[in-house]
Design a protein around this ligand. Structure first.
Ligand code: FES
Ligand SMILES: [Fe+2]
Length: 346
């Protein structure tokens, strides 16, 4: 399996990395250790000491964040990956004593890592998630490990026609019958699902979108995918007949980072504007917890079962039957393949 390397991936949510702590995470088949330096800036190093290959993540943050000490024989490395302390012999630093440092940027409440050529890391290419700006939004964020390929997760979010069948709580025929538009803009693909005059939406959704009793609602699910695997979902609703601008929109992130070829980190979030007052925090905390249920009990098992059935085969080699809801995910997969081919042949 070849990953797109010159791209930004979510390595962790901001809140997952505390000062003084070491967070070990396998990303694109590479062990990475994350920590915060003396300024609190997030840093990322290859999680393998060049001496006897101990995981640095089992060591400790030293010198107030200026270095990480290997747990085994005490070599220390700074944020550039250079060895800055050798407690053995005359203390000379062996030339080869360095580890790889990865560009990492804290933005949109997440830590974005660049696993490709460091000189090509351009933070302006991090996709925009304005609703994950903690200054204006209360954000509920979660992380799940999925035993399945990250492309299956992209397909899953780009084709929400599965909601009726897989998620009884959110089920409504209107979602399947919805009009779906898809668009491509550079390396971005949109899938926009619109449901009109829906009378069957579950009561909690009607309440969330403030629909008066007995009235039908118009709903929409707008999904944006940015290569390789950063996705945003805006779920909106308004009383039928009113303009969408008068409705309520709940945004969330669905970002996928391959751990290995067959295992995926799933970073999800849901946001409520601080403008609505202190209840924004409560809503964010409650809703991210409520979302975890279906993600963990409904999406995760089916993605993992699909992955087992596909047994590592390429999707196209299995000649999948394509349905109307597949247009966006087919587009995204083609685009991803083109980008990977371009990178590997460059
Ligand atoms: S393995 Fe790291 S100092 Fe020996
Ligand atoms: Fe789902």
């Amino acid at each position: 399996m070849t990953f797109l390397r010159n791209a930004w991936y979510v390595a962790a949510w901001t809140q997952e990395l505390a000062a003084g702590a070491l967070l070990s995470r396998t990303l694109l088949d590479e062990p990475v250790v994350l920590y915060r330096d003396a300024d609190g800036t997030a840093r990322a190093l290859h999680d393998r000491c060049p001496h006897r290959f101990a995981p640095l993540s089992m060591g400790k943050v030293c010198d107030g964040g200026a270095s990480v000490q290997c747990p085994y024989h005490g070599l220390r490395f700074d944020a550039t990956g250079a060895c800055v302390h050798n407690p053995h012999g005359d203390g000379a630093i062996p030339k080869a004593a360095k580890v790889r440092a990865y560009p990492i940027v804290e933005r949109w409440s997440a830590l974005w890592i660049w696993m490709g050529e460091p000189e090509r890391a351009d933070p302006s290419r991090i996709p925009s998630f304005p609703f994950n700006d903690a200054a204006d939004w209360a954000i509920g964020a979660g992380h799940l490990a999925i035993d399945g390929e990250y492309e299956l997760e992209i397909d899953n979010i780009l084709d929400l026609s599965h909601i009726e069948f897989l998620h009884p709580l959110f089920s409504s025929e209107a979602v399947r019958r919805a009009k779906v538009d898809f668009e491509q803009d550079g390396d971005t693909v949109w899938s926009k699902r619109h449901m009109t005059n829906d009378m069957e939406a579950p009561e909690f959704l009607r309440q969330a979108f403030q629909i008066p009793p007995g009235k039908p609602m118009d709903r929409w699910l707008h999904v944006r995918w940015d290569a390789p695997a950063s996705m945003a979902l805006w779920s909106g609703g308004v009383t039928s007949g009113l303009p969408p601008e008068q409705g309520v929109v709940v945004p969330g992130a669905h970002c996928f980072t391959p751990e290995t070829a067959g295992r995926t980190h799933y970073f999800y979030s849901i946001s409520f504007p601080r403008a609505i007052g202190p209840m924004a925090e409560t809503l964010a905390a409650q809703n991210v917890e409520a979302l975890r249920g279906p993600f963990e009990r409904e999406d995760k098992p089916i993605i993992e079962a699909v992955s087992r059935r596909m047994a590592g085969a390429d999707l196209w080699d299995l000649k999948p039957v394509l349905l109307s809801g597949d247009a966006a995910s087919v587009r995204a997969r083609r685009l991803l393949k083109t980008l990977i081919d371009k990178e590997t042949t460059a």
